[in-house]
Design a protein around this ligand. Sequence first.
Ligand code: NAD
Length: 477
Amino acid sequence: MTRPTTPITVPAARIAGQDHAGTSGPDIIDPATGTPIASTGFADKSLVGRAVGAADSIRADFSRMGARARAAALLAIAREIRAQAGELAPWIAAETGKRISEAQGEVEFTAKYFDWFAEGAADLDRATLRRDATREFHVSRRAAGVSAALATWNFPLSIPGRKIAPAIAAGSPVVLKPSELAPVSSYLLTKIAERHLPDGAVAFVLGDGELVTNALLDDPRVTHASFTGSTAVGHVIAARAAATLTRVTLELGGRAPFIIAHDADRERAVANLMIAKFRNNGASCIAANNVFIHESLYDDVVADLAEQISALTVGDPFDEATDLGPAIAARFAERLNGLTSKAEESGDRVVMGKRGPATGTYATPALIEVDKSAGLWDQEIFGPVMPVQKFTDEAAIVNEVNSWRYGLAGYVCSQDVARAEGLAEAMNIGIVGINNGAPNTPEVPFGGFGESGIGREGSMSGIHAFMEEQTITIQHA
Ligand code: NAD
């Protein structure tokens, strides 16, 4: 696949099939080439209000459409996403710097969310019936109102998909606000979705993150907001949503521990770690963040990692030989390269990988045998810099991990799966991969403990977040 050659214009809003230009926003720059690939429009408060108004006006019709018809629409959207993979994947790669093969994987993963929530939607119309000696209980679910889908840039198609698919399943009209760093994929997804839905059921608004988000949260017609992004912004959103009692789902930052136990299969553990760390250029909320290696395997695993990290090809995401593409913008690459230099200055042993090409915003992959005092250990890295430490006692890791504010993902490598499961259960973490570097799929809950968020996406929980429940109790004579 080749990079898109014709620039695209992403409007400030798309409402009921119509683009609204808005005021001029920043261009989207391809981080590998430094060239503009899209111009953007930015919405003001009143345009956000129009998108919410269109969504609100369709509420009753959307609900009357019935869950089965919405499920059929979801399947049609999934089919069209797959059919348009040849356009979607290059835009994902061009706007984020993600490798083209991973961008293709993201397209398929997005379609799978629509498949999955179609299955979930099919059951939603049925009220649950319970009885006791004299009473009958009918429990039903219905969409609460308009939803806001507030997305981040690192999976610019699948994160919006993970929000709008369950909203459609639930019968909740949804206004999608993408990251201003990578809005193209979301815009294209909106255009696909709207072709299968009544006008207004899916709207798109782009603009200053704070302004648009606040306009959505302050609007009483918006009853649920699903945000993916940093923990810092998650706090701001939760506080703002409190004023209107808008319900929030928050998918926030992580600091996944990757534990290589004494009885791990070394080769498999290293292979899984390379996937869990370097997928998506390291910019994944479930990326391996703190690597704990048992002392008995430490020297060998570090030697393997040094060899594999040094061999990574850093370059153009459209080149099939590339292992790592650029960071999405210069400031992200500078931060990551700064973490490595700081660790080196503080005396940690650093093994640097290859540098990326001179043009483009590349972070250099690095392995760092870290001293806890360096500060690197204590933060979400969100890039291809890998801090490792030796450990002797798994119980101490559990204590340490449970003292962190984050609890999104974690990984355990051990040939004793039952023991690994015990270790996984002891940690306050939402998603744990055992001998597995890619633990997520649409059918299971995705989300974290503590300051990694509130609520879950994926699974049936992903739909229920968009719904209210009603209980009707009938007393018989
Ligand atoms: P971010 O929180 O800086 O930005 C996310 C979005 O928030 C932006 O697109 C912006 O429009 C908006 N925003 C910024 N400031 C705001 C404000 N004051 N009020 C309201 N909205 C505001 O995060 P990011 O850099 O885009 O993404 C990286 C973070 O996202 C990482 O911490 C990562 O772990 C997390 N993340 C989490 C998940 C998950 O599912 N848990 C998935 C992907 C990324």
